[in-house]
Design a protein. Sequence first.
Length: 94
Amino acid sequence: MQVWEHWEAGTVAELVDPSLGESFPEGDVLRCIHIGLLCVQEDPQLRPRMASVLLMLRNRIVTMSPPTKPAFVVPTGEPSTSINKVSVSDLEAR
């Protein structure tokens, strides 16, 4: 998962569409990505409830816990194989 790799490397801003140039609020983008990573944590008990997500999106003062590694992280550039090791899925954006 490219997002997780950038999160760990501290380079999340590189995920922003280059066509935006420098005209985006970086703090807001980082906050949204942080919330997204909280929502896909492997342990469902660690995922925030929707009411908490809305609060985090609306209120910049809310402190968020650091996310843990998502359940399905595929290293960039590598195809994902199924559990049965027979088929290969190439992941691409829509």
